[in-house]
Design a protein around this ligand. Structure first.
Ligand SMILES: *[C@@H]1O[C@H](CO)[C@@H](O)[C@H](O)[C@H]1NC(C)=O
Ligand SMILES: *[C@@H]1O[C@H](CO)[C@@H](O)[C@H](O)[C@H]1NC(C)=O
Ligand SMILES: *[C@@H]1O[C@H](CO)[C@@H](O)[C@H](O)[C@H]1NC(C)=O
Ligand SMILES: *[C@@H]1O[C@H](CO)[C@@H](O)[C@H](O)[C@H]1NC(C)=O
Length: 389
């Protein structure tokens, strides 16, 4: 066991301490992004989506909720840790009007939509990439937020206070800006050439939220695409040397993801200088997942199950585009908690829990989400003491 995993194991042991101190920290959470964060928006407009079919939701909710997993997502674990209700999907609650309903919405709303991209539909159309025109890109999600805001707070000082105290989760977003072009056969060089545009769009959204009054924002990078069952299926190789890294993930795809993540972090540094009074936390989904793939057993995942999706329609990674999870021809594993991948594109609840823990404690974030709580002094020193002893 190397020292970094040792640290993580210890920090997980002490997580309950941190969760206690985080409760009551933020009065509300607003979340934007794609299927890694969608708690039901796509399903409310597309009732036949796979996320509305069993076995989605089997572990925690015991029925499908529109979440692309067997249970809770990272955003759910963060809400729980803050003592808040799980965030309702905007497209489901957009017409709420009773005072009681509105009071609940002040605790947070989720604007993330499965399939959403950072860039608008027209951007892809110009490049010959087919994405469904669902008008759910980051731009639209921000529009929805601005549309809802006046009903959440009464005066401009009330709104200011609410925004200042809220936690904003900006993603994950950007993954689909690459998934669509990759699966439609664009070259990696071509896709790489528009990464800066994607970053610029994410940066503008962050900037706009800060200008509206947001003060604490968590900005995730994208996941290591090269460890993903869907990509492993599309880009499988039997004989290229150096094609896979020591963990078994596809090198060039992870390099691509790291390129995006490097630029996201540059953008965060730029925005911090522009808005020194705002707290921008980089959430290292990539690092968290690489860590799991480096020491799967330590986190409770079987070696054999690591690359194979729990739910899918066959093939070496149990990912089959003609028989995706939830639809005819797919089957589900007995114990999702032993698997990292849920349906080939998304993680199991077990995996999301580990990533969320890493963000809350600060091991996979530039600072612990809980330590940026206004008024709550989180024991970063205490934690260091614990983990270095
Ligand atoms: C909300 O109201 C609009 C306008 O009346 C309607 O088109 C939409 O379907 C409603 N949404 C929900 C989730 O009820
Ligand atoms: C758009 O909606 C369709 C169903 O109406 C769904 O299959 C597709 O994944 C969605 N795409 C995006 C980009 O949200
Ligand atoms: C998306 O928005 C554009 C511009 O407002 C509109 O023309 C188009 O019909 C919308 N598409 C969908 C699927 O709602
Ligand atoms: C993928 O699914 C299709 C449709 O169910 C099936 O015909 C095919 O055999 C499956 N492929 C693999 C590799 O299991």
């Amino acid at each position: 066991m190397d020292s970094s995993t040792d640290l993580i194991t210890k920090s997980l042991l002490f997580l309950h301490l941190l969760v206690l101190s985080a409760a009551g920290c933020y009065p509300s959470i607003f979340s934007f992004g794609d299927s890694l964060a969608d708690t039901g928006n796509l399903l409310s407009t597309s009732p036949n989506d796979q996320s509305g079919c069993p076995p989605y939701g089997m572990t925690f909710f015991h029925h499908p909720t529109g979440r692309c997993s067997d249970g809770r997502l990272i955003v759910d674990f963060i809400a729980e840790a803050m003592g808040l209700p799980l965030l309702p999907p905007f497209l489901e609650i957009m017409n709420s009007s009773s005072a009681q309903e509105v009071e609940e919405l002040r605790k947070g709303v989720n604007f993330a939509v499965s399939g959403a991209t950072a860039m608008d539909y027209s951007f892809f159309k110009e490049r010959g990439v087919d994405v469904s025109d669902n008008n759910s890109s980051l731009f639209y999600q921000l529009q929805w937020f601005k549309q809802l805001l006046p009903s959440l707070c009464s005066s401009s000082s009330d709104c200011k206070k609410m925004l200042q105290n809220s936690l904003f989760l900006l993603g994950e977003i950007g993954g689909n800006d690459y998934n669509n072009p990759f699966t439609q056969g664009l070259s990696v060089d071509e896709i790489r050439s528009f990464v800066p545009r994607v970053i610029q769009t994410i940066g503008s959204a962050i900037n706009e939220l800060i200008e509206l009054g947001a003060r604490t924002l968590v900005v995730p990078g994208i996941t290591p695409l090269g460890c993903n069952s869907m990509y492993m299926t599309y880009y499988h190789s039997d004989n290229q040397e150096d094609y896979y890294d020591s963990r078994g993930c596809i090198n060039w795809l992870n390099e691509f993801a790291s390129y995006h993540n490097g630029l996201v972090q540059d953008e965060i540094r730029r925005l911090r200088q522009l808005h020194p009074y705002a707290t921008l936390i980089y959430a290292d989904y990539y690092g968290a997942i690489i860590n799991i793939f480096s020491n799967p057993q330590q986190f409770g995942f079987g070696n054999k199950e690591l690359f194979v999706a729990c739910c899918g329609g066959g093939g070496p990674y149990n990912y089959n585009a003609s028989a995706i999870c939830g639809y005819e021809g797919s089957t589900v594993c007995d114990d999702p908690s032993k698997y990292f991948h849920w349906d080939g594109l998304h993680c199991t609840e077990a995996a999301y829990r580990i990533i969320a823990d890493g963000l809350l404690t600060g091991y996979f974030a530039t600072s612990a989400i809980s330590s940026s709580c206004p008024g709550v002094k989180l024991n970063a020193d205490q934690l260091n003491l614990i983990t270095s002893s």
